[in-house]
Design a protein around this ligand. Sequence first.
Ligand SMILES: *Cc1c(COP(=O)(O)O)cnc(C)c1O
Length: 400
Amino acid sequence: MDTKEIIAEEQKYILSTYKRPSFVLERGEGMYLFDLEGNKYLDFVGGLAVNALGYGDKEVLAALNSQAEKLIHCSNLFHSIPGVKLAKLLIENSFAEKVFFCNSGTEAIEGALKFARKWASKNHGEGKQEIIAFENSFHGRSYGALSATGQPKYQRGFEPLLPGFRHVKYNDLSAVKAVISPKVCAVLVEPVQGEGGIFPAKPEFLAGLRQLCDQNQALLIFDEIQCGLGRTGNLFAYQTYGVVPDLLTLAKPLAGGLPMGAILLNNKVAEAIQPGDHGATFGGNPLVCQVALTVLNKLIRDQIPQKVQKMSSSLLSKLEQFPQKYSIVEEVRGLGLMIALQLTVPSAPCIEACAKRGLLVCKAGDQVLRLLPPLIVQEEHIDQAVAILGEVFDKQLDSN
Ligand SMILES: *Cc1c(COP(=O)(O)O)cnc(C)c1O
């Protein structure tokens, strides 16, 4: 089947919940993707922050193949080895004292919200159920995660949402102070807002949230599904900020492209949870855990977060000249390898023009162009991406 036929059949058979460009991806290699017609794309989407190690990583493939031959799944009714090793490695490298495994970011958020309410009901009785989340946040699309999400565009038409959520302005501590009370069981925050347009938290904001949570005996939950596992220049974003949460959600890059989520938690919260309280049939099966173990080992052993810091300053320093050079680029912002170009025009035509020139980028809001390259990105890729972006913005200038 050729590109046209595949796209026609897709429109016929797959529920249309995504807008996609008019090429069909077939394989990947390192930092590059290839379509059916043999066109090569430098990938600065990275599977939406999933493919931290790029495509075709030899160690990931070896782990996948050897574990698949041994045991893919045996259910959480039984003990198995890879999950234990992965949990241990996560704990040895973070604040956490216990780990829960699930299958996606949404599920990790769902579990974290449930754990927070369970902890509150066990330790503080009834009535401590409120959750504070932030405007412009994104936490997923199930009812709990969607209720936590602070963007009406994702919620419209799906009401009623779950009760007990309040949304306040991000990076505004006084807005939190105005609504926090002993009725609040948790504050849920992305250290860097991702889908909302790449907005890093101010350090004093996260530090202030920690303090307010402590004063009100509420739990602090960091959603590091997009910004965790190396992307901000440390293994975890909480380390970049030096503020320790009680719970932390992970997903996107965790298992090298296999669906997986995790909740990291301290013992204070873990003690409220008992066998039977929560579960997931596929959660933490031997296959995904063995692959995640390989990804995590590699991130640590190869000091990938440190490399992210270098590549980030290189990319940011080159992009920071853009607002002076191109009138449609209003601002460049980001942290680590989560970078946004705030445009004065819709980003969709620029994204399309980039793809035509062999560079994949994505959006995060209508006028934001978002860069989430695999963490293995090197100087040559940065130069190539910056050159293509420059050409595209030049062209957009002409057409305006
Ligand atoms: C992607 C994302 C989610 C949802 O994860 P899924 O795996 O799509 O369910 C939640 N929070 C943040 C910050 C995300 O970026």
